[in-house]
Design a protein around this ligand. Structure first.
Ligand SMILES: [Zn+2]
Ligand SMILES: [Zn+2]
Length: 357
């Protein structure tokens, strides 16, 4: 018998970990530029004034981008192996002879040669119920060639662009995992990365992902966002109180304003991209004059606004006290800018750590 047979779910999980690792590394490359040159964000059309510097920066990023391609391709290969493994783990041994013997000594799967990566898409399309889209087959072949050139020659032989790679990653998710949920997977994977154990008063893995959410959304072209989440990025999005509580730090809900949910057509149900749970809401006007939303939590989230997070009866923050005019603004701005800078610093530290894995 063969022992240590691989498990399809474990292979998928590793593929997803590599997938989001690649996504975070690419975000790190954008953040390293954007934090220094905020006037010319890398994801936006570059003003003529900065074009030369951007080209020089992207030249210097090529080694990192080539390494990220290797991670992406490893994710692809593991995802395809998971699909074969879900049918039977023995399919991973296709085209390689199993050393058979009268000796009943067990064979360790890890000592056996597995199917060549180049043939994985063909194997999936021949043996699995759901074929891979043609777009994936083209991308897989292209990435494999770039990765092989990088592995064997030390360079990819092509100029790589981080934004294009991120858009390809979004397509890859839709092609490989059409039934999975991008944000749910991102949060679950974060709970198992090496920073997960360092949750404290100011940070935990879910908090980290929710802090990155608006940045993630800004990097998704509208059509890809819609394909991933079912709504348009410009559609009104709401806070999911369950996810905010899940991501609360020991400091509380402070800073958790990531709208991960949308309102279903009945106007009384909030559906979340992260926890996937529909929650009931009631029509009640938020007390905050600057919010004015009329979608409030129900049940255990009674009185909590789904737009701004304000809780019925709790004190207003300074920005609501419009009657104090400029004084309120002066009191609020330093606090919020300190928090933003701190959050950004944590993001950059995490991204830098990811870049040095
Ligand atoms: Zn949720
Ligand atoms: Zn509100």
């Amino acid at each position: 018998m063969i022992i240590n047979l691989p498990d399809a779910d474990a292979l998928t999980e590793t593929a997803l970990r590599l997938y989001f690792d690649a996504w975070d590394r690419l975000r790190g490359i954008l953040a390293d530029w954007d934090t220094r040159i905020p006037d010319a964000p890398l994801a936006k059309p570059i003003p003529a004034l900065w074009k030369e510097e951007v080209e020089a920066y992207l030249d210097d990023c090529q080694a990192d981008l080539q390494a990220i391609i290797a991670v992406i391709q490893q994710s692809n290969e593991l995802a395809l192996k998971a699909k074969l493994c879900a049918v039977s783990p023995y399919l991973l041994l296709l085209e390689n002879p199993i050393p058979m013997s009268n000796d009943p000594k067990p064979l360790d799967f890890f000592d056996l040669k597995t199917i060549d990566a180049q043939k994985l898409p063909q194997a999936v399309n021949t043996l699995c119920a759901t074929p891979l889209p043609a777009t994936f087959l083209t991308r897989f072949d292209g990435l494999r060639k770039v990765r092989n050139r990088y592995t064997h020659l030390g360079h990819a032989g092509a100029h790589l662009y981080p934004i294009k790679m991120m858009h390809s990653l979004l397509d890859q998710f839709l092609e490989l995992w059409p039934d999975r949920d991008w944000l749910s997977d991102r949060i679950r994977v974060a709970h198992h990365d090496r920073a997960a154990g360092f949750g404290d008063k100011f940070w935990n893995p879910a908090y980290g992902v929710l802090q990155m959410w608006s940045g993630d959304v800004s990097l998704m072209p509208p059509a890809k966002f819609r394909a991933l989440f079912g709504i348009r990025p410009k559609d009104l999005r709401y806070l999911c109180h369950a996810c905010r509580k899940e991501a609360a730090t020991r400091e509380g809900l402070f800073g958790l304003s990531a709208p991960t949910a949308y309102l279903l057509p009945d106007g009384l149900t909030i559906q979340c991209f992260a926890c996937q749970k529909p929650t009931s809401a009631v029509r009640e006007k938020c007390e905050r004059s600057k919010c004015g939303a009329e979608v409030m939590g129900a049940g255990e989230h009674d009185g909590m606004c789904h737009r701004c997070g304000h809780e019925r009866g709790s004190p207003f923050d300074d920005e609501d006290n419009t009657s104090s005019g400029s004084l309120a603004t002066l009191l609020t701005l330093p606090q919020s800018s300190v928090r933003t800078a701190e959050t950004r610093r944590q993001e950059i530290v995490r991204e830098s750590l990811a870049n040095h894995q």
